[in-house]
Structures are given as C-alpha cells and as structure tokens.
Design a protein around this ligand. Sequence first.
Ligand SMILES: Nc1ncnc2c1ncn2[C@@H]1O[C@H](COP(=O)(O)OP(=O)(O)OP(=O)(O)O)[C@@H](O)[C@H]1O
Ligand SMILES: [Mg+2]
Length: 449
Amino acid sequence: MNVKGAVLVVDDERAIREEIGEALEEAGHEVRLARNAEQALALLREAPADVLLSDLRMPGMDGVALLKEVRRERPEVSVLLMTAFASVETAVDALKAGASDYLLKPLVIDELLTKVAHLLTFQHLSRENRRLKEELLRSGGECHVGASPAMTEVARTVARVAPTRSTVLITGESGTGKDVVAKTLHRLSQLSDKPYVVVDLGAIPEALLESLLFGSVKGAFTGAAGRKGLFQSADGGTLFLDEIGNLSLEAQAKLLRAIESGEVLPVGGTQPVRAKFRLLAATNRDLEKAVEAGEFRQDLYYRLNVVQLQLPPLRDRREDLPGLAQCLLTKLNASLRTNYSEVDPEALLQLMGHDWPGNVRELQNVLERAMVLGDGMTIRPEDLPLGKEEPDAVDMDLRRAVRRFERGHIQRALIAEGWSRKDAARSLGISTTSLWRRMTELGIEEPSA
Ligand SMILES: Nc1ncnc2c1ncn2[C@@H]1O[C@H](COP(=O)(O)OP(=O)(O)OP(=O)(O)O)[C@@H](O)[C@H]1O
Ligand SMILES: [Mg+2]
C-alpha cells in the first residue's frame, strides 16, 4: 500500500525542516512547513493535516506542549516527534502523552519516510475499517461484493432485478455467496418486510419433501398433525429454493405444477391453498448440462432461468481479495469479539496466491482460524494454513509449538464461553486462578468491544 497524505513539519532549524520537506514532497506527500509551534497551530487551524512531524525542543512552546494542544484540537492528526539522543526519556513521555511515534536526531531520512508512510497506512486502514463497519451494519452483515468487472456486473444486475418480482436463478460454485445474494435480493425488494423462506432442497429427504413444502392435513398419514407447508409460509414474500439441482425428476414435476398454479395441495388434503411468492433458486450444478443429460426438466429450467446471476469463483477475481478479506475481518471481529485491524501485506500476498476451491466460505474459514490463533491485531502469514500441510510445524521448536497451541486453545475456549473466565476454566478443566496466570503468561487479553 502506498498512501499519500498531508504532512506538517515543525522545526526551528530552517535547514532541517527544508530537508525533511523536500524528502516528503519527493515521496509524493503534500507538505507545509512551520518554524515554531505557534505557527504550526495556526496552519493546522487553516487546513487539516494527517501527520504532524515536530521537533521536541523549540524556543517558545515546545513539542510536547504542541502535541497536547493538537490532541485536544485535532485528535485525528498523528504526531511524530523528533528528538536528539540525549532526550530519549522525554520522547517516552511524549509517547505517553499521545505521540504516535518518535524519531531520533540526527535524522535518517529513509526511516522518517517509512514512519510517515506507516502512520498514513494505519490511518487509511482504520478509516477503511470504520467505513466497512458502517457499511456492514447498513447491509445486514454482508460485504460489498467487490470491484472486479465480474462482480460489478453481478452488483449491477442485483440492483436492477431486486425491486422487480422476477424469478432469479443464482448459479456458482460452492461458497461463492449464493445464499448471500438471495438474501440481498429479498432485502432490496419491496417484499423486504414480508416473509423470506429458505428451503434447502439438498437437505430434505425425498419422502418428506411433499409434506414439508406443501403441508399436510391432520391424519394424512399415521400420527400426522396438520402442518403448514413452506410454500404457504412464503405466501406474499420471497421463497428461496436452494440446491435446486438435487431434486428428483418426480419432485421437479410437482414443484413446477405448484409454481405455475400458485397453489399447493397439502398431503392428504382436497382443498388447494394459495401460495404466491417471489421465487429465487440457486444451484452449484450446471443446469443446462443437466437438462441435456435428461436429469433436469427443461420446462422447469426455463421457468427458473428468467434472470440468471452467475457468481464467479474467487480465483477469477483475485483483485477483490484485499477488500473482501478486510470486510470479512470486520464481520468476524463482531462474532469473535476480537479487534483485528488488518491483514499483514505478506499474509495478503499468500491469500492472493491461493486458489480458493471453497471460495468465500474458505476465505472466511481461513481468516477465522487465523484470528483465533493470532495476536489479536494483525493477520500474520504464520497463522495462515495455506500452501503448507502444517504451518511451521517442522522448523518450530517444541516449546514454541506447545505455547502456540496452548494460546490458541485457551483463546478458543474463552471465545466459546463469551470471555467468562469461570466458564472457560471449567471447560478447560483448570482453576480460574491458573487460567488467569496462563492468560497473563501467554499474553491473552479480552478485546475491548
Ligand atoms: N459478500 C459476502 N459478504 C460477507 N460474507 C460472505 C459474502 N459472500 C459469501 N460470504 C460468506 O461465505 C460463506 C458462503 O456463502 P454462501 O453460503 O452464500 O455460499 P453458497 O454459494 O450458497 O455456497 P453453497 O453452494 O455451498 O451453498 C457464508 O458464510 C457467507 O456468510
Ligand atoms: Mg448455499
């Protein structure tokens, strides 16, 4: 990542501030120079800056006083203080007072540029994180699908067909987000406050299919209580038939009849009941091929395939990975009660290189695992299981491997128990006191919400 920003440089020595200014400008940043703290404050009040780079010792108001004032007036500005060797302790005090970092004089320009770049990247990521969090809240937990050409097309079609009542057939490999898209179509439709009924046709045994879908009347078969079918539950709303490719030909015929007539006949009943809904269907099978092979009814296929939304596999849209990973991180933070801010660039490279046969679901699982094993802040390459059978297992010494396992295990127990020390200790079979001790030794902390 190469983030540019606005930097304000304050130093009473003209040669130094000019040298810094030039280097920053050359690196592409927007630079303003101030000769003392008072002038810096005046400039900041005129226009905001991302980073303030200030000398510590200056005549008049010094760097720490400036820092405190800036923290009060412009808390979003990151402050980087510069100080001579002799005053490292003051620099430590400055960090406590809220400086983001400090630089030792004489300055090493490369180091200065790196630190500025680091602060800007961090700001960028936190802003991005906040934005994603808000977006996620608005969208009910789904990530924006991505900026690749294929997904832009998907997003456009979703936006266009969602408000209509058209039947939509969603296709794509397992884990590409078909369920997510179906839910979005409902959420963005005029039926969003009406029922949304999902039927996983792959999970219903053939023998129960009819009564589950169409309902049954009391006494229809031995011991049967009368029961409303899923089709009837969806009346007036959206019915999502998932895994439609798995139906037998016989079931397909019944389904088609019900869809076409807008009525179903409950098992054992004589009175058809009304069931009108917006129909969505999904499958990871190639239905056209299934039709050719005689395994899927052509008339049903035509009936379902009014609008087709084809979700591309993740490996064909690698450019969406950084944004998607970041968004999933935000989403998982909420469910795991963790506070990860980013994926380390090295780890991101590994993610970009993977083939993702399990698509978004696999990505989500890989991230979740890394978050449970990881340090609580950044997803690191060593926490990703990609490309290696067992990460680091061979070149890690036993003590580290055990520690790492222990850390992950305890963290998982705590997460599972909602961070209750007492319950986690019980499930781990140790006393609460030893759990506290292990947590301190292993550096496990409950994330702040
Ligand atoms: N855009 C997205 N934003 C957030 N999470 C997503 C997104 N796309 C997919 N996921 C997550 O990935 C997982 C798989 O998505 P989903 O269940 O929609 O896939 P699918 O295509 O229906 O897979 P299958 O064919 O196996 O049913 C889910 O946990 C889902 O929450
Ligand atoms: Mg699905």
